[in-house]
Design a protein around this ligand. Structure first.
Ligand SMILES: [Zn+2]
Length: 146
């Protein structure tokens, strides 16, 4: 019995801390883009001035890696519907072939596979380009606790 209670406590602890971390701890990369945690690697989600999305890849120790077998798609959930963006290799990065649709304040769902055979991982990024006064990052990559 005591063993089960301990497992339950551990599970609850993970559930609580897990959701707390997801809500506040945004990490940013060298371009001040939002870091997406992948298995054994990390990706930096960055919105360029022309509103295309570019993704840079790093190993677990944040050493830059050229885009290789990763497959990325993004879906902009605009009020009028969902718009899918596809990515292509541009130098070391993966860049969306089309820019984000007009406006902001919508969710971008980013789907990343580390290789064609890998399981995909989804990230929901709240898209807002307003610069946060506290950390100086656009709100989609804000690292503040608010
Ligand atoms: Zn901030």
């Amino acid at each position: 019995m005591r063993h089960i209670a301990r497992i339950l406590t551990a599970a609850l602890f993970v559930a609580f801390t897990g959701s707390a971390i997801a809500a506040v701890a945004v990490k940013v990369g060298p371009r001040k883009g939002r870091i997406l945690e992948l298995e054994n690697q990390q990706a930096e989600f960055f919105i360029e001035k022309d509103r295309t999305i570019s993704i840079a890849f790093f190993d677990a120790a944040m050493k830059a890696q050229p885009a290789a077998a990763q497959v990325v798609t993004a879906t902009a959930e605009v009020p009028t519907g969902k718009l899918k963006l596809e990515f292509e290799k541009k130098g070391e990065l993966l860049v969306s072939k089309t820019p984000l649709p007009e406006g902001d304040n919508y969710t971008i769902v980013v789907q990343v596979k580390t290789s064609a055979e890998a399981k995909s991982k989804n990230f929901r990024v709240p898209f807002n380009m307003v610069i946060c006064k506290e950390c100086g990052n656009p709100e989609y990559a804000c690292t503040c606790d608010h």
